[in-house]
Write a protein of this length. Structure first.
Ligand code: GUN
Length: 229
């Protein structure tokens, strides 16, 4: 049996890694994308950088990229012109949006912690806490719903620590009876702040070949659809 029955696609999903052109989104989403100057994110969904603190601090991270192969394959834009791996911006903040056309943010991790604040919509987050060599060696899979209905236990602010793999997917809106409907018309909009600031150098997608070693075979079967193909 699937040990994580709640981690399943709630709506019909497009094949992984295809961010559809924005003009395939519903009109309300297109308006939001244009207003917030958002573009497709390589993790899935859409984003725009709202703020990058121009002040620099010494990098607290290793001088080598989080994933050498992914850094080598990064675009010039992702690498950011003039990027100096010995320093980081003090902080960055982005808008991030999941939509009916691009409803999944695939598993990845950053070196820094990310503070998330939900503006609208609902989603489920899945965070992998790798097994350690300490007292509790077992991997832990955390999953929670983000939304504005606090009485249901939904949360509007959450933090994902650096080094933890996270994935997220869009959930249906609630109707007037508090039941999940069939649509997620407005998408899920969050702000994410990373300190020190985001760099692709510190970013790593979870590769499919690593999933089973991380979470074991049974869970890997249930979580594979959240790995970027
Ligand atoms: N460029 C590509 N992805 C990101 C991200 O998640 N945050 C920021 N600030 N810039 C990015």
């Amino acid at each position: 049996p699937n040990p994580l029955p709640f981690i399943k696609p709630p709506i019909a999903l497009p094949p992984p890694s295809t961010s559809p052109p924005a003009h395939d989104e519903p009109p309300t989403i297109q308006t939001l994308l244009a207003r917030l100057h958002m573009r497709p994110h390589t993790e899935g969904g859409y984003f725009s950088e709202a703020h990058r603190d121009s002040r620099l601090v010494p990098s607290p991270y290793p001088a080598t990229p989080a994933s050498g192969s992914q850094w080598a394959a990064a675009t010039a834009e992702q690498k950011r012109e003039g990027f100096d791996p010995s320093v980081r911006n003090v902080s960055t903040t982005v808008f991030y949006l999941l939509t009916p056309g691009s409803p999944v943010g695939f598993f990845h991790r950053n070196r820094g912690a990310t503070v998330h604040t939900l503006h609208r919509g609902r989603g489920r987050y899945v965070v992998i806490h790798p097994g350690s060599r300490g007292r509790d060696r077992r991997v832990r899979i955390e999953s929670f719903v983000v939304g504005l209905d606090r009485a249901r236990g939904e949360t509007q602010r959450w933090v994902v620590e650096g080094g933890k793999y996270k994935a997220t997917f869009l959930l249906p809106d609630l109707d007037q009876n508090g039941e999940e409907g069939a649509t997620s018309g407005e998408g899920m909009l969050v702000s994410e702040t990373v300190m020190p600031g985001f760099e692709f150098f510190d970013h790593e997608f979870l590769e499919g070949t690593k999933l089973e070693g991380l979470v074991g075979r049974e869970w890997a079967g249930g979580l594979g659809w959240l790995v970027k193909g």
